[in-house]
Design a binder for this molecule. Structure first.
Ligand code: 6GP
Length: 820
């Protein structure tokens, strides 16, 4: 569908015009980056027309709105995706061709907006795409970090973090909206004033410091439906810069303090994935964007509705993990202090407007804020949480009279800490996990007491991914092939991929499918050559593990297995071994020492293995630097084997697993997270499953009954590999470099449990599953069938399905279509 605005000649003219206006240059003189800016502005021009149309339609229809509140939105590049969703990608490619530019090169000029760490942030981005495509009124609300997730450089095998100054050249797809600025207050104290007129106490925050929150809007383009939703990210600005006279005339000291407060709030994204760092600045970030977002939402609601009691009918606040849980207290504050409601009224509204998604059961990710820190920074909010807690404990006592254990386990404030998950559960009407197994573990283990108390709040929403980015944009060859075979309905209805099943045994289809895979492997091999200087053979098996580096994800098990294979090949040079390229990509949190050491180990093994001529290139190890959304698209397209090998019970869902599957990679994995459902869709015979079950892991954990030493002592292969960590094999003779990893597996000195993630327990099962992979790959037709069936059976894992379930079961939004 060619939009009128994308008439080729007009578009070319507009690009030229933009180059002139922006840079006083002709198109021949402009750099590729300048062309990117000019093209983006031309595209934004079209988007803005649809943005206005959408707004008009929303004003007319008055649909219910979901605010997706998230500290992270890992959007990835916008230009290509916007063109895809405007159905103008090919037209623009042609237009640029005629101007002498390559769209791919232009796309590569865009910084990769990395305002997120990993799973939870990328999920938010996929959800926004699906919400717009399905025609639901949704706002993403977040923070405009000046520095996104760091860029990763590998130096001498070690990760080095480089700041990501993504706004350096200006970002063409954002729109600053200073007219919608909001004031956010920190610190001070709460003054209680009796109001004889109402007979109630008024709570007034005084002596506080203010920061101004300035919204920047980014368009979220729906696929082929003219809908454009909004991602609103807030930036901080000192009030003194803006309108000092209005707020505190002449108070210089305060002005400077406020300026300092504002300066660093939005500086940088905390680089932790699945891990909580209890820093004051992080708490400030949380309240900053929540207060601004909730104020704006209430203001918007009041513009067209007279009664705030109707809020739950028209608005849902979805909390992306506990980071935005402040929403509960901020909404209470507005309803109580600014709207003059009673506690009961305000609580009734709040608990029917907020809903919470849990994304992890990792204990170190649980947010618990020290009371002192919290109450000092947010005195009124803390007061409100205290009252919520008092009433909640009363409720527990009513239900379980005399049961102090329940209070201890469930209270929102306990042991000097504010527990955000407990607040999110008590303060909302829905609690969901992100895959069936994960939700069951929440109900039976982690949140058992809460489930017992509020069984009806709990529900599952298995994650999904957007096929528009991860197939249509990321893998154009396969996308075209699919469309040739089953039409293009899959772009908005991924279940239609099941029509491909009839081709599973079709020789020609198999060949075409594998030929496309091969071409994508060539594309990745080229990227690896250019970026890593390593030559890889596209005919080898591309075995890929890309995701954040975390012990529970067990990149360590993968690289230990590579060490094991290398030993095997060295010992038995005559052995029949199918060439394999192990590809890794992962950022480690800057302060996560063991994760960073694991990166070094991977690179150290790569160094030795890749340079050993005696193995004839049978094994290659590649660590792709700076894994991020843009190169991920290319990596998924090129993978044969998808490594999803977390310790069972630890990976809430995973979404990379779905992106691989969609692109025809076969999973080797544990029965964890959404892997369980992937296997259910594609069949046991089309995946390679191994290892302890989540029940077994949890059982071990509850009874402390696992002894890694037993594997070390009884299995010479394992012992050999482990000894190589401390005998200098991969460290030029340095016995100490990898000792921490060795110790973590056997616990020769540390005080925590040994091998917390059951690597040795699962190692042999993993190696055996890898043998099955190899055997299966040798059977060309058999593998083609498996790969094709993975694509054909991936329909369930679209975020369109996930979002429709959120809509049907939690949000109850109204569908909107743009008339005309
Ligand atoms: C992640 C989970 O680790 C991953 O399994 C899941 O697919 C993803 O969320 C989306 O639901 N969790 C996080 O990124 C996180 O930081 C606090 O959780």
């Amino acid at each position: 569908m060619l939009d009128n605005h994308f008439k080729k000649e007009e578009f070319k003219k507009s690009v030229k015009e933009n180059v002139k206006m922006l840079y006083r240059k002709t198109i021949e003189e402009a750099s590729q980056e300048q062309i990117f800016q000019a093209v983006s502005l031309a595209v934004k021009d079209v988007i803005i027309d649809n943005w206005l149309l959408t707004q008009k339609q929303y004003e007319k229809d008055d649909p219910k709105i979901v605010y997706y509140l998230s500290m992270e939105f890992l959007m990835g590049r916008a230009l290509g995706n916007n063109l895809i969703n405007l159905c103008a990608y090919n037209e623009v490619k042609e237009a640029l061709d005629e101007l002498g530019f390559d769209l791919n090169v232009i796309e590569d000029q865009e910084p990769d907006p990395a305002l997120g760490n990993g799973g939870l942030g990328r999920l938010a981005a996929c959800f926004l795409d699906s919400l717009a495509t399905l025609g639901y009124c949704a706002y993403g609300c977040g923070i405009r970090y000046h520095y996104g997730l760091f860029k990763q450089k590998i130096e001498n095998g070690f990760q080095v973090e480089v700041p990501d100054n993504w706004l350096k050249d200006g970002y063409p797809f954002e729109l600053r909206r200073p007219e919608y600025a909001k004031e956010v207050k920190f610190g001070g104290y709460v003054k209680v004033e009796y109001d004889p007129a109402t007979g109630r106490n008024n709570f007034v925050q005084e002596g506080y410091q203010s920061v101004l929150a300035i919204p920047y809007d980014m368009p979220i383009v729906g696929y082929n439906n003219k809908i454009v939703n909004t991602l609103r990210i807030w930036d901080a600005q000192a009030i003194s810069e803006f309108q000092l006279d209005l707020f505190d005339k002449g108070d210089y000291r305060k002005a400077v303090e406020q300026e300092n407060l504002a300066k660093n709030i939005c500086d940088v994204l905390y680089p932790n994935d699945n891990h909580y760092a209890g820093k004051e600045l992080r708490l400030k970030q949380q309240y900053f964007f929540i207060s601004a977002s909730i104020q704006a939402a209430i203001e918007k609601f009041k513009k067209s509705h007279s009664d705030l009691h109707d809020l739950p009918k028209k608005v849902t606040f979805q909390l992306n993990d506990t980071h935005p849980t402040m929403t509960v207290a901020e909404l209470m504050r507005i309803l109580l202090d600014e709207e003059g409601m009673t506690w009961e009224e305000a609580w009734e509204i709040t608990t029917h407007t907020c809903a919470y998604t849990n994304h992890t059961i990792m204990a170190e990710a649980l947010e618990k804020w020290p009371i002192e820190l919290f109450s000092k920074l947010l005195p009124r909010i803390y007061q409100i949480i205290e009252e919520i807690n008092r009433r909640f404990i009363q409720e527990i006592n009513n239900k379980y009279p005399g049961n102090q254990e329940k209070v201890r386990k469930m209270a929102i404030i306990y042991d000097g800490q504010v527990k955000m998950a407990h607040l999110a559960i008590a303060g909302g009407y829905s609690v969901n996990g992100v895959a069936r197994l994960h939700t069951e573990i929440l109900k039976k283990q982690e949140l058992k007491d809460f489930y017992e108390m509020y069984p009806n709040k709990f529900n599952n929403k298995t994650n999904g991914i957007t096929q528009r980015r991860f197939l249509l944009h990321g893998n154009p060859l396969l996308a075209d092939w699919v469309t040739d075979h089953i039409g293009d309905g899959w772009i908005t209805d991924l279940a239609q991929l099941s029509k491909l099943k009839v081709y599973a045994d079709d020789k020609r289809a198999q060949q075409e499918f594998m030929n496309i895979k091969y071409q994508n492997k060539v594309r990745l091999a080229k990227y690896i050559m250019e970026n890593n200087g390593i030559e890889v053979d596209p005919r080898s098996i591309f075995d890929v593990q890309v995701k954040r580096l975390h012990e529970y994800k067990r990149q360590l098990m993968n690289i230990l297995h590579v060490m094991y294979l290398y030993n095997q090949i060295k010992e038995h040079p005559e052995m029949d071994f199918y060439p394999r390229t192990f590809i890794f990509g992962a950022k480690a949190a800057a302060g996560y020492v063991r994760a960073k050491l694991t990166i070094k180990l991977i690179n150290a093994v790569a160094d030795v293995v890749n340079n050993d001529k005696s193995i004839n290139g049978k094994l290659k190890v590649v660590f792709i630097e700076n894994y991020r959304v843009s190169n991920a698209e290319m990596i998924f397209a090129a993978a044969d084997v998808s490594e999803q090998i977390s310790t069972a019970s630890k990976e809430a869902s995973g979404t990379g697993n779905m992106k691989f599957m969609l692109n025809g990679a076969v999973t080797i994995g544990t029965m964890d997270g959404a892997n369980v459902e992937i296997v259910e869709e594609v069949g046991q015979e089309n995946a390679f499953i191994f290892g302890l079950s989540s029940d077994e892991v949890i059982n071990y954990e509850n009874h402390g009954g696992y002894d890694p030493m037993q594997y070390f002592n009884n299995d010479p292969d394992i012992r050999n590999v482990l000894m190589q960590l401390i005998n200098g094999t991969y460290s030029n003779g340095d016995f100490e470099l990898f000792r921490d990893i060795y110790d973590s597996l056997l616990n020769t000195k540390s005080s925590d449990r040994a091998d917390t993630y059951f690597i040795l327990a699962d190692f042999k099962a993993y190696a055996e599953a890898q043998k099955r992979v190899e055997a299966a790959y040798k059977d060309e037709a058999g593998w083609a069938k498996k790969a094709l069936l993975n694509t054909a059976c991936s329909g369930k894992f679209t975020s369109d399905r996930t979002i429709q379930q959120y809509v049907d079961e939690i949000w109850h939004l109204d569908k909107v279509t743009i008339e005309n």
